[in-house]
Every structure is written in structure tokens, then in C-alpha cells.
Design a protein around this ligand. Structure first.
Ligand code: MN
Length: 197
């Protein structure tokens, strides 16, 4: 059995007008799918290992960069789709809200850190909310890298590769980041990940 492209957890037009159907057609249908095709080619269709195990085994090994990059890009993108939902955004509720207040001081302080992480990731990469050593942290990673391989538990992610926002926001990455937080972020998903951490 080969790895498969997971379905989006919502319709292709469900995040519009913030993220358009056209963006999701390219980003899920082309970019995400290409990582699946590439990984299957590299492993001759062997999908016996979980993506997480593959990522942990190959992280930091230059001779396995192709496997790591494609496996991690599949994982990161699936995690990103779930990090958004139609009519999402705004302040969190539940356990994640209390934990944000505890570990960042306030929701506004979290927003400031998350926006900075997304805006200052030079080139391609990701901004993350993670649980590390029992505390929430905002981090950023370049290219395909994922906090999972560094011992942290991802709770949310935002793709800041240009292909994530260029059709809808052109070069205005800060506007995409604000929209992600105000209208898209899926706090239910963060709460599930926190509960399972
Ligand atoms: Mn992407």
C-alpha cells in the first residue's frame, strides 16, 4: 500500500473568501499531492511505517533528506488543514485558552508572538504552537522541518510558504497571518491535541 493524499476536512470553497478554492486546488491538489507522489516514488510504494516514524528516523540525516522532506511535508500539510476551519478564528475557549493565559500571560501576547514567528520566518516554513516540557511555546521552522522531531508536541500550525497565500494575498504575508488568526484558526483542533498530549 502506498501513502495516500488525505482529504481536506472541509469543502474546497469552505474557507473562502479568506483562502480561496483556487488556492486549495493548488495547495492541496497539487503541492500536497506532489509530496505524496514523491514519497511513494522514493520508497517504491512501501508505506509500512507511519509518517511520524519516518520523520523521526530521517530528521537531520542529509543522505535521507528526500524522504524526510516529503514525509514531513505530507504530515505538516495535513496538520495545517486541520489547524483551520470555516468560521474559525478569534479567541480560544476551553483548556487551551486557560493554558495560553498561564504560559503567555494573555491571548494578545500569544498573538504577538505567533505573528512575529510567521512574519520573520525567512523564505519558506511554518509557525507553530507547541507543547514542550509541559509549557506552550510559539516556534517557527524552515522548509519541511517539524517540531515533532525535536521532542515537542505540535498543537497548531500555519504554513508561510508563498504558495499558501500568494493567490489570495500576493506578497502581503502579514495580512494572511492576521486573517489566519481572526477568521480561520481551529481552536477545537488545538484543544484536542492538548488533551491527547
Ligand atoms: Mn504548503
Amino acid at each position: 500500500m502506498a501513502y495516500e493524499l488525505p482529504n481536506l476536512p472541509y469543502a474546497k470553497d469552505a474557507l473562502a473568501p479568506h483562502i480561496s478554492e483556487e488556492t486549495l486546488n493548488f495547495h492541496h491538489g497539487k503541492h500536497h499531492n506532489t509530496y505524496v507522489v514523491n514519497l511513494n516514488n522514493l520508497l517504491d510504494g512501501d508505506s509500512s511505517k507511519s509518517l511520524e516514524d519516518l520523520m523521526k528516523e530521517t530528521a537531520g540525516d542529509a543522505s535521507k533528506a528526500g524522504v524526510f522532506n516529503n514525509a514531513a511535508q505530507i504530515w505538516n500539510h495535513t496538520f495545517y488543514w486541520h489547524s483551520m476551519k470555516p468560521n474559525g478564528g478569534g479567541k480560544p475557549t476551553g483548556a487551551i485558552a486557560a493554558k495560553i493565559d498561564e504560559d503567555f500571560g494573555s491571548y494578545d501576547k500569544f498573538v504577538e508572538e505567533f505573528k512575529t514567528a510567521g512574519a520573520t520566518q525567512f523564505g519558506s516554513g511554518w509557525a507553530w504552537l507547541v507543547l514542550e516540557g509541559g509549557k506552550l511555546k510559539v516556534t517557527k521552522t524552515p522548509n519541511a522541518e517539524c517540531p515533532l522531531t525535536a521532542g515537542a508536541t505540535p498543537l497548531l500550525t500555519m504554513d508561510v510558504w508563498e504558495h499558501a497565500y500568494y493567490i489570495d494575498f500576493q506578497n502581503r504575508r502579514p495580512d494572511y497571518i492576521s486573517t489566519f488568526l481572526e477568521s480561520l484558526v481551529n481552536w477545537d483542533f488545538a484543544n484536542e491535541n492538548l488533551a491527547n498530549a
